[in-house]
Design a protein around this ligand. Structure first.
Ligand code: PMP
Length: 519
């Protein structure tokens, strides 16, 4: 499926492959499958189960029209669902071999999965992301968690350092920590990692880590980052890609929230705070790294988890053929192929909707999450006293009154331009309980203790947030995260609860903050 073209910059990146990846051979079992369907072939070779013994006779899956008006609240739950246009995807046990049948979908396949689905994904990538290179491949995966695990094994040796965001998606690092790999956190602002910090780390690596291999893999979630909600601007992506070329990095873009890019948040009462948070109000999608990648050093991880449903466990890699070939070898001997059910359901859905229908669906999903983002941000704005002007780095800064009557900063946040999360920073310098802890403990221990106590207080008040400490990058047993002093972080998801519950949750949070700071 790759189409080499002369304008691609072809450089040999095979030195990035791990010893394990280089040592993989094609599974002889999987290799044989492609011959089985050759006309006239009597195959006594494979150990395929007989499809007449699969219990599935017919599947009828009813799906929404992609143009359905998607209510941000679950209208079915609240009993307000209107009449919906739906389609039926019918899968029979047997039928035209060129079509999807249950006996085919439920059978073992080659590790690369369904060729028609791969083709649809390939065409989608080509048209929607417009990759800089002609020579790229699409390989189906079992979603980004599994895809990242395969990429770590593709590129990393045990004990290596991996460049990560200052706050890192936990599942990503909990795969490589047991390999002895360590994260090198790159400081972030509301637009993702800071290129100047990345450059400094790379430039000074040899002096600061004599004899230790310089990291060659940068893992990042460039859009609606989990947990901070930050999204990289195009300019930032360009600078980071430039550094990847200069310092020979492979960029892994784990991008589940790409299609959930929104217009900048505008508070309901324009008087408080005065400006929308983060610059442009352009709702168009900021292109992916693929569009910059003339050298084939980007591995994009794409998942259907946020655009269709996570239970599918289905996604795909987009990368140079050299990488996808090695990833295919790894797939053959681990997950074998993504789930046949999931591939069949997604293939039929995308066929029914067509490319434009899928884009319409994505836009509807985005609109629903944008409304949810606004509910949460509105509720925060409503429940706290914010400074009239925005802070260039902290975003919206809210103040509370202490017992002594002074007005002090307590919470700040940057409204996200994408994704599912609001990341709040709590400023502890004037918090009485924290000040007490600080008399006995060092800074990081006091922050950890205070954050734990506050989290438990929130739970007592029946609101559950994700502690920021879950996202501290693991830098080895002797190294602490460089979290700014006197600050605590929490992640709030606006993706799931009803509007009422989001508002109630924020109110509970604001009461707990008032109580804690006024004590
Ligand atoms: N990467 C990131 C950054 C995520 O936020 C998530 C979902 N929480 C995943 C990967 C998991 O994706 P998948 O369901 O495709 O495994």
């Amino acid at each position: 499926m790759a189409h080499p073209a002369s304008n691609d910059v072809d450089i040999d990146l095979s030195h990035h492959l791990s010893t394990m990846s280089k040592s993989r051979h094609a599974s002889p079992l999987k290799d044989i499958i492609k011959y089985m369907s050759e006309p006239g072939m009597t195959s006594l070779a494979g150990g395929l189960p007989n499809p007449s013994l699969f219990p599935f006779v017919k599947a009828d899956i009813e799906i929404l029209d992609p143009g359905s008006s998607l209510s941000p609240d679950d209208a079915t739950k609240s009993g307000h669902a209107g009449p919906e246009t739906t389609y039926h995807l019918l899968l029979d046990r047997y039928g035209d071999p060129s079509q999807n049948t249950l006996s085919k979908a439920m059978q073992y396949t080659g590790g690369s999965g369904d060729a028609q689905l791969t083709r649809i994904c390939y065409d989608f990538v080509k048209e929607v992301y417009q990759p800089a290179r002609e020579d790229f491949n699409v390989l189906l995966s079992s979603g980004n968690t599994d895809a990242w695990a395969k990429v770590v094994q593709l590129l990393c040796e045990p004990g290596e350092y991996i460049l990560v965001e200052q706050f890192v998606y936990p599942s990503a690092q909990h795969f490589y920590i047991p390999m002895g790999c360590k994260g090198v956190p790159v400081e972030m602002d509301g637009d993702g990692i800071l290129p100047e910090v990345l450059e400094e780390i790379l430039k000074s690596w040899a002096t600061k880590h004599p004899g230790v291999k310089r990291p060659h893999v940068l893992y990042q979630v460039p859009v609606g980052q989990n947990p901070t909600g930050s999204s990289q601007t195009w300019e930032r992506k360009r600078r980071i890609y430039g550094l990847a070329v200069q310092y020979d990095l492979i960029i892994v873009e784990d991008d589940p929230y790409y299609f959930l890019q929104f217009e900048a948040y505008v508070p309901p009462d324009a008087a408080k705070p005065a400006k929308p948070s983060n610059g442009d109000s352009d709702p168009s999608l900021i292109p992916a790294y693929l569009q910059l990648d003339i050298q084939g050093r980007v591995i994009r991880l794409e998942t259907f988890s946020k655009t269709i449903a996570p239970g599918l466990r289905l996604g795909f890699f987009v990368a140079s053929p050299m990488f996808t070939e090695r990833l295919l070898r790894a797939t053959e001997v681990s997950s074998q192929a993504p789930s046949g059910w999931s591939q069949a359901v997604v293939l039929e859905t995308l066929r029914k909707w067509g490319k434009n229908g899928f884009l319409t669906w994505l836009s509807g999903v985005k609109d629903a999450y944008r409304s949810r983002r606004n509910w949460m941000c509105d509720a925060i704005i409503h429940n706290f006293q914010f400074d009239p002007e925005m802070h260039p780095h902290q975003g919206y800064v809210a103040r509370v009154k202490t017992k002594s009557g002074s007005i002090v900063p307590a919470l700040s946040f940057v409204p996200p331009k994408a994704g599912m999360f609001v990341w709040i920073t709590l400023h502890l310098a004037n918090n009485p309980a924290y000040k007490e802890l600080r008399e006995k403990l060092d800074g990081p221990t006091a922050v950890a203790q205070w954050s734990r106590d506050f989290w438990l207080l929130l739970i007592e008040n029946k609101v559950l947030l994700t502690p920021g400490s879950y996202y501290d990058p693991w830098q080895g047993p002797d190294s602490q995260s460089k979290i700014p002093e006197d600050t605590s972080y929490f992640r709030l998801a606006y993706s799931y609860e009803s509007r009422e519950d989001i508002e109630a949750g924020i109110e509970k949070l604001s009461r707990a903050i008032a109580t804690s700071w006024e004590a």
